[in-house]
Design a protein around this ligand. Structure first.
Ligand code: URA
Length: 316
């Protein structure tokens, strides 16, 4: 084997002397050379092929054939072509592509005329429409436009965007029970939301709280409903409604409930959202909501019976 290698070296020298700069070596030859240089040489005497001492061949680099045996400067690997980088896709967070809040003036007229005008305005609002889930509806407030109590929720859910009416799902059924415990029905109060559309999540299931921009956009519509209805009291249902009305610096509902605040000159009572009660409600939270509702009843001049006073008290 050693003889063969030396013969190859001699042949390469001869070719180089004739001006050949490149030799293409096949994969098999590379492998054979590699084996030859890694197998320890036998003790047999090395025949002298020429008078000039022959240096041992350098180990072959472990690269795929073909391999160019060439002077370093005669072969330059082509520079990798510069591929222009694709522009990073612009990702718009849901609920952040919202224009500034609408500015409008309620027309003169009766309560009913003003409310009808406002409802039409919201139902035809291009921003609300643009943010609807496919095939779903804008949700405007409902109930009595002469109500003393204005319940304000967060945003429509799946059932509400389907029917175009606030609080018609499970949370709505619980809200109706609370209203019934007060001796009232849905038609006696006004029910609205901070948001007029269900915040998009990219999926049919699940809800997300509205963003600050979304709430800021819809707030003039809520203010206008309050201006038409002129309730004696607002009940803010849950954290989002509370912060949507009072600003993000508002306290959380757990610490704020039971205390009176004010929005646009109207007394405001925060309480737990019915959805919260459905998920995490305890006898204590139910009683706390009820105490908030008794305060509301008293504020609007309703009498609270002895029986009502005992609702949701722990059994002896
Ligand atoms: N939750 C809300 O806050 N509003 C609705 O209309 C329904 C559920």
């Amino acid at each position: 084997m050693r003889e063969k290698i030396l013969a190859v070296v001699e042949e390469l020298k001869r070719r180089k002397a004739e001006g050949e700069n490149f030799v293409l070596v096949g994969e098999e030859s590379v492998e054979a050379l590699r084996r030859a240089v890694t197998v320890p040489a036998k003790k047999e005497p090395v025949p002298v092929a020429s008078k000039t001492p022959v240096p041992a061949p350098a180990p072959m680099p472990k690269t795929a054939a073909p391999v160019f045996l060439a002077p370093e400067d005669s072969y330059a690997a082509p520079k990798p072509r510069e591929v222009p980088r694709a522009a990073a896709p612009v990702v718009v967070a849901p609920g952040s592509d919202i224009p500034p809040p609408p500015v409008f003036t309620l027309p003169e007229g009766t309560k009913k005329e003003r409310w009808d005008w406002l409802r039409q305005r919201v139902l035809s609002c291009p921003v609300c429409t643009a943010h609807l889930n496919p095939g779903k509806q804008i949700v405007f407030g409902c109930g009595s436009i002469d109500a003393s109590i204005f319940f304000c929720g967060e945003a429509p859910g799946a059932d509400e965007e389907e029917q175009g009416i606030p609080f018609v799902g499970r949370a709505g059924q619980l809200l109706e029970k609370i209203i019934a415990a007060m001796g009232l029905s849905r038609g006696d109060v006004y029910i609205g939301n901070i948001m007029n559309w269900r915040p998009q999540t990219g999926s049919e299931v699940g809800n997300r709280p509205p963003t600050e921009q979304e709430m800021a956009f819809c707030l003039p519509y809520l203010r206008a409903q309050l201006a038409v209805v002129q309730p004696k009291v607002i009940v803010a249902l849950g954290n989002t409604a509370l912060k949507g009305l009072l600003g993000k610096g508002a306290p959380g509902v757990t610490s704020a409930r039971g205390r009176w605040f004010e929005f646009g000159g109207v007394p405001l009572m925060p309480t737990f959202h019915p959805s919260y009660v459905l998920r995490y409600g305890t006898p204590e939270t139910k009683r706390q909501i009820w105490e908030d509702m008794m305060s509301v009843m008293e504020k609007v001049g309703m009498s609270v019976s002895e029986k009502q006073r005992g609702f949701f008290l722990p059994k002896e």
